[in-house]
Design a protein around this ligand. Structure first.
Ligand code: OSB
Ligand code: MG
Length: 368
């Protein structure tokens, strides 16, 4: 393939309900969509998962736009590409900026899957026709509100509940949840809100039989996590700390993580995500697919990735209706009884609702 035309759009979509983590609250989702056109006319879509502020990691919507416009798009336009795996090699001279890189790579995987007449899931080597998913619930105003929400999602069929924690919203919250939902698979995500000195407090979570605790310590740490894991029975799962296969290998070798949350954007694309998946599978480390409050396009990529065999634990890819009044794909992603059916049509498997895309677009630019 040869990409001859790329359009970047900045979309703004209002979340149905604000989403609060230990680092901040999202009410709107601002993000970039990338539409790439091959010389044969095939169109592929990618979504940047960078947020509008550098809270989760250092990238933002604007840094992604800069990287795409000034560095990444010029490396891709009119270059002969035989396989999407080549994209990460082309981008190798550019350090980090993984979410920006992943935005183009995702569109190229979509085009490749269409041109080889297979679903993105099959193109990646995935075999499942449905995937098991959980839900991630933000910090609420009160424990009562949280219990009511969890009850709602358990009734909707989600089989695993993840809740956000932070200092002051942790042990008592998890105790109340466990008392109310004795048999539901539960986990807590701290988004780096604690330090090794908090080990005694985090140890109290062992009582609640959590499937894992996600990223308790600093976003760039793998050393203290290995110390903490020695003190906890609850498995640690790293999210923010893992940007590459090399990061995954080092964290696993140090014993800093027993499970890995793979986010396509955080690791620079589907090719690297697959490498981490394969390494983890060979080393007995289960993985699951994380979420970044994606629109339908990023969600479709997550669904496809989750069909790989070592995605053993339910991920955060909930149905479109958990986030949006109206998504930008047709049909929307539907989670029924905790499962999403994997689309079998070529490419990402969902049609783009261009009218919806235009209605949420606040800026756009074309590159040829
Ligand atoms: O840490 O997984 C995270 C949302 C925003 C930023 C970081 C995270 C999250 C989630 C929500 O947990 C996942 C989702 O539902 O998309
Ligand atoms: Mg997380």
């Amino acid at each position: 393939m040869k990409i001859t035309d790329i359009t970047i759009r900045h979309l703004q979509m209002k979340l149905k309900a604000p989403f609060t983590t230990s680092f901040g609250t999202f009410t709107n989702k601002d993000f970039l969509l990338l539409e790439a056109k091959d010389q044969d006319g095939t169109i592929g879509w990618g979504e940047s998962v960078a947020f509008h502020s550098p809270w989760y990691n250092e990238e933002t919507l604007q840094t992604n736009w800069h990287m795409l416009e000034d560095f990444l798009i010029p490396l891709i336009l009119n270059k002969e590409i035989n396989h999407p795996d080549e994209v990460s090699e082309i981008f190798a001279p550019i350090r980090k900026n993984n979410m920006a890189k992943s935005t183009i790579e995702g569109a190229i995987w979509d085009i490749y899957a269409q041109q080889t007449n297979q679903s993105l899931a099959s193109a990646l080597g995935g075999k499942k026709d449905k995937i098991e998913v959980g839900i991630s619930i933000g910090i609420q105003k009160s424990i009562e509100d949280l219990v009511a929400l969890v009850d709602e999602y358990v009734k909707e069929g989600y089989k695993r509940i993840k809740v956000k924690i932070k200092p002051g919203w942790d042990v008592d919250v998890m105790r109340t949840l466990r008392e109310n939902f004795p048999n539901v698979a539960m986990m807590a995500d701290a988004n780096s809100a604690y330090r090794l000195e908090d080990a005694e407090l985090l140890k109290q979570l062992d009582e609640f039989d959590l499937t894992m605790i996600e990223q308790p310590l600093a976003s760039d740490d793998i050393i203290d996590h290995s110390q903490l894991q020695k003190m906890l029975n609850t498995p640690i799962c790293l999210d923010e700390s893992i940007h590459s296969l090399e990061d995954a290998r080092k964290a696993v070798e140090l014993g800093s993580t027993k499970i890995i949350n793979i986010k396509i954007g955080r690791v620079g694309g589907l090719t690297e995500a697959k490498k981490i998946h394969d390494y983890c599978e060979a080393n007995g480390i289960p993985v699951w697919c994380g979420g970044m409050l994606e629109s339908g396009i990023g969600r479709a990529h997550n669904v496809a990735l989750t069909t790989l065999s070592n995605f053993i634990l339910p991920g955060d890819t909930a149905g479109s209706n958990r986030y949006w009044e109206k998504d930008i794909i047709l049909p929307e992603v539907v989670a029924a009884n905790g499962y999403i059916e994997v689309p079998q049509t070529a490419g990402i498997g969902y049609a783009i609702d261009r009218e919806a895309v235009e209605s949420f677009t606040v800026a756009k630019k074309n590159y040829k």
